[in-house]
Design a protein around this ligand. Structure first.
Ligand SMILES: NC(=O)c1ccc[n+]([C@@H]2O[C@H](COP(=O)([O-])OP(=O)(O)OC[C@H]3O[C@@H](n4cnc5c(N)ncnc54)[C@H](O)[C@@H]3O)[C@@H](O)[C@H]2O)c1
Length: 278
């Protein structure tokens, strides 16, 4: 049985977009439970702040500037991690951006930027860590998708929704290919979590209306996302791969496929507003 308080002793974790929000919460959790942590972000100062805080608590941590959409930067970030800590055992693909642009106004540049960070970023970072994971015969990849990946984004535009659907497909592809090497890949699908991404982009009255529409009438916390990620990265989750876990306070409930009239029908139920259902 593993020591539940030090589940990641001797592990090395890379967290992308870890300068704030859920990424910072993942970094703190892995460090608190024994991992050496690379705090990676395109915002160098933010990454350094979180890394200093973690190092101040006695854990091993480095801050690395990295735009996850740029292959050379990703390779350099993994290389710096290998030089500092000798291996990589956990990768959390967390970096993200949010645009609320209506579909008719999304420029090609904005579409490509969203895909670069949220889709290419996952595709570039993951292969870069597979070699050290294969050497250990153990690895954990945790990808941040969204409830948008299963239905449609609450706040984001079409590009946000498309990118989060892509993350689920990529997760399942990784899961299938990497299972023989002891490497699992799973996705977390948050609804609305109280981070700058949400708080900076949503008027207070809109936020309140969203909260009131959820069965659990509040936003999730970054720590609640990290607790789920910690489980998926632990030994206890060794038999879970290719899965996508909802973290929505009950906003999204997806039913099992049901047989009807000779065809299989997938029924998705979204509890959007209480009024609608009452
Ligand atoms: N907050 C939510 O409600 C919510 C819901 C569903 C999914 N998500 C997803 O969870 C992840 C984390 O979201 P959050 O709310 O903590 O966001 P956040 O905006 O608070 O933090 C995102 C971090 O990613 C970094 N980043 C942006 N572009 C980057 C790039 N090119 N390379 C590296 N880092 C980059 C930012 O600097 C920032 O530190 C994202 O992928 C987001 O899409 C968030």
């Amino acid at each position: 049985m593993s020591d539940r308080n030090m589940r990641f002793k001797d592990k090395v974790a890379i967290i992308t977009g870890a300068g704030r929000g859920m990424g910072a919460a993942f970094a703190r959790l892995f460090a608190a439970e024994g991992a050496a942590v690379t705090v990676s972000d395109v915002d160098t100062a933010a990454a350094q702040r979180i890394s200093d805080e973690i190092a101040g608590s006695g854990a091993r941590s480095i801050a690395v500037n990295c735009d996850v959409g740029k292959r050379e930067q990703v390779q350099a970030m993994v290389q710096q991690t290998l030089e500092a800590f000798g291996t990589v055992s956990i990768l959390v693909n967390n970096a993200g951006i949010l645009y609320r642009t209506p579909v008719e106004s999304i420029s090609e540049e904005e579409w490509n930027l969203v895909m670069s960070v949220k889709v290419n970023g996952v595709v570039l970072c993951s292969p870069a860590v597979i070699a050290p994971m294969k050497e250990q015969g153990w690895g954990r990849i945790v990808n941040l998708s969204s409830s948008a990946g299963k239905t449609v984004s609450t706040l984001g535009g079409v590009h946000y929704t498309a990118s989060k659907h892509a993350v689920l497909g990529i997760t399942r592809g990784f899961a299938r290919e990497l299972a023989p090497y002891g490497i699992t890949a799973n996705a977390i699908c948050p609804g609305l979590i109280a981070t700058e991404m949400v708080l900076d982009n949503t008027p207070a009255d809109e936020l309140r209306a969203w909260e009131e529409s959820f069965p659990i009438q509040r936003l999730g916390s970054p720590e609640e996302a990290a607790w789920l990620g910690g489980f998926l990265a632990s030994d206890e989750a060794a038999y879970i791969t290719g899965a996508a876990f909802d973290l929505t306070g009950g906003d999204l409930m997806v039913c099992e496929p049901i047989a009807g009239g000779g065809v299989w029908v997938a029924e998705a139920v979204r509890l959007r507003t209480r009024k609608y259902w009452e």
